[in-house]
Design a protein around this ligand. Structure first.
Ligand code: GLN
Length: 632
């Protein structure tokens, strides 16, 4: 990926179903859960490096003993930092008390972090600052065990402001504007209500206050609490929560926008944002890891009972395709094939751009996430070449000599590693022209592999702003003196803002949008921009469900190729000698390659929740009014 793009968050949840002694016996340590959590979080570091947090719960402790531990960090290596703190503390206790060594009961009673239920989070903030207070898990404390709520999520709500207002309407006074606090307080509110109701029931049944507590915990209907809390949520989310006494849940949005996977056997229940994380950490096959169904919650009661319950009516499944193109790790068996298919499906367009002259073409990729689609592209190119050889041989079978046959078979698809991501270069000089020169060196190039008669085809996973392409990659590629540079995007043109977790909230930042505007100007159609604005403005105060995405009109006048050509022109500059072309994946081909993740609103403007239409409407007004503000 050449554009710096904010990633997602990652969640990790582990519930140990057996007593801690079991793990000590079988795996040699009662800290088994913590170790697994470390691996699960580390294997998701791709999803967030702004912060990391860990929380654990000990089940069935006596009153007066601590049972919730939490560590959070926003240091530069937050996962390392969190587990260094946990390690240090455990080692300190173990060294000071050698008698704990083989005594699991003592370990549990005296050492923090050890426990049966764990929640971890790696964060890329989409809302609020990167202060330590914004790092998950969030904690809502209470002196009643079952009222303690610990929450961590991979989410972005399009209507945080409204949700915040709802809390104020309830008479609450939230101390922060953090979106996680807002969601947590909402769940917390309905948790309190449910507890109150259950207490009344218990009282009627003759339980004393003290006796009622464990009964309430047992009877708590998590699905009911979630259903009430989730009513007004509009966004993409995978929210994980723990209750102090030991219940846990992971709840996914009705369109399945954000991912959540789980695995369960008689020892553990595990949830993570990505499938291969669970596969490697627990050494289980692909088939035994399942998705949490959209609109459903995986609920793990303290008793160990696990169920999947529908919380909200699922809508049409629109799982985010960017997870497949870029965010999630490519080690997932499905994602790996999907990325390869993205490369394969785009070959016809690539061949067209190089006049099918594969002999004079070098294929390469932008490190690192585009590497897999590159393999697919090259495999398809090899098939194409073989087909050509085949035809030649069949046509010339009577005259073919051993020599020409050998020559023919020696022709290969040429692949080279041309772009190398260099160490992070700091742009410490503020003066613009020299800064551009520094930025150009973010990528390094391999000299000596391109001839002046060559086309250079270079695949990237997606193109958002195009800044790095313009400032660095194309300039550096041009130094190799190819005849033509073809930039290939394994994703379609990004035309609309995202509001479900990816940090693309402003229209004018998107190179496709700027290209469409330039085309409108060129063809004297710029009045369309004014017309769209009038339509957007008119629905400014509409209910979300009534808002229509009129921004599509900006693109309607042009074929995708026209927009691509304009982008190519905008990314090139007079000092570039090579001809620059740009090719994007077709939306239909994206769906063929990634059939399970049909969420494509950033490419098509087809938002999966009503809030999305409000956001694109707002984003357009912000652009038109020259407001440098986020659209939600
Ligand atoms: N990337 C995410 O899922 C972010 C979660 C949450 N909105 C935050 O900002 O902390």
């Amino acid at each position: 990926m050449s554009d710096a793009l904010k990633h997602e968050c990652g969640i990790a949840l582990v519930r140990l179903l057996k007593p801690l002694e079991y793990y000590k016996e079988k795996y040699g340590t009662a800290f088994y859960g913590i170790q697994k959590m470390y691996l699960m979080m580390e294997k998701q570091h791709n999803r967030g490096q702004d912060g990391a947090g860990f929380a654990s719960i000990k089940l069935d402790v006596e009153a007066g003993q601590r049972y919730i531990s939490r560590v959070r960090s926003n240091h530069s290596q937050p996962i390392q930092d969190v587990f260094a703190q946990i390690n240090d503390r455990i080692n300190e206790e173990m060294t000071a008390h050698p008698e704990y060594a083989n005594d699991v009961e003592k370990q549990k009673a005296n050492i923090p972090y050890i426990g049966e239920l764990f929640l971890g989070h790696v964060r890329y903030g989409t809302f609020g600052k990167n202060s330590i207070e914004s790092v998950h898990p969030f904690l809502r404390q209470s002196n009643w065990m079952h009222r303690n709520l610990i929450l961590a999520g991979n989410f972005n709500m399009t209507n945080v402001k409204e949700l915040f207002e709802n809390l104020v309407e309830l008479g609450q006074h939230p101390k922060e504007m953090a979106d996680t606090v807002t969601v947590m307080e909402k769940i917390g509110h309905f948790l309190d209500k449910e507890v109150m109701q259950l207490y009344q029931d218990c009282k009627q049944e003759g339980y004393s206050k003290r006796e009622a507590s464990p009964v309430i915990a047992e009877r708590l209907d998590i699905a009911k609490i979630l259903a009430r809390s989730a009513k007004n949520l509009d966004g993409g989310y995978a929210m994980a929560g723990l209750l102090g006494h030991g219940d846990a849940f992971v709840f996914r949005d009705p369109a399945g926008i954000r991912p959540a996977y789980f695995y369960q056997d008689d020892e553990v229940v595990v949830v993570a944002s990505e499938r291969p994380v669970i596969q490697t950490v627990f050494n289980v096959p692909f088939e035994s890891v399942q998705e949490i169904s959209p609109g459903n919650a995986l609920i793990i009661k303290k008793s160990g009972k696990v169920s999947m319950e529908q919380i909200l009516e699922p809508t049409v499944k629109k799982a985010c395709s960017f997870e497949r193109i870029y965010f999630s790790r490519g080690s997932d068996a499905e994602i790996y094939q999907e990325r390869k298919n993205l490369g394969k499906l785009i070959l016809p367009a690539v061949l067209k751009s190089i006049d099918s002259d594969t002999d004079n073409t070098v294929f390469s990729y932008i490190p690192n996430t585009a590497e897999t689609s590159f393999y697919g592209l090259v495999e398809a190119a090899q098939d194409f070449l073989n087909q050509r050889k085949n035809n030649y041989i069949l046509e010339n079978r009577n005259t073919l000599t051993a020599e020409t046959l050998q020559e023919l078979l020696a022709v290969k698809i040429r692949t080279e590693k041309v772009a190398i991501k260099d160490a992070k270069l700091r742009t410490f000089i503020t003066e613009d022209s020299s800064r551009d020169d520094l930025v150009a060196h973010v990528y390094d190039v391999t000299y000596g592999v391109i001839k002046p008669t060559d086309n250079l085809v270079i695949i990237d996973d997606s193109i958002v702003r195009g800044t790095t392409l313009k400032m660095s990659i194309i300039k550096m590629m041009d130094r190799l003196k190819p005849k033509r540079i073809v930039i290939v995007s394994s994703a379609p043109q990004i035309r609309y803002p995202d509001c479900y977790g990816i940090d693309m909230a402003k229209l004018e930042g998107l190179v496709a949008f700027r290209a469409a505007l330039a085309l409108l100007k060129e063809r004297n159609l710029y009045h369309i921009v004014d017309e769209v604005y009038i339509k957007c403005k008119a629905q400014e105060n509409f209910a979300d469900t009534d808002v229509i995405n009129y921004v599509t009109a900006i693109y309607d006048q042009f074929t995708p190729e026209e927009v691509s050509d304009k982008i190519a022109e905008m990314l090139s500059s007079p000092e570039i000698n090579a001809e620059v072309k740009i090719i994007f994946q077709k939306v239909e081909d994206l769906h063929i390659a990634c059939p399970k993740n049909l969420g494509d609103w950033y490419f098509t403007g087809d938002y999966p929740t009503p809030g999305g239409n409000r956001v694109v409407n707002r984003a357009f007004m912000n652009f038109y009014e020259g407001k440098d503000a986020r659209a939600y």
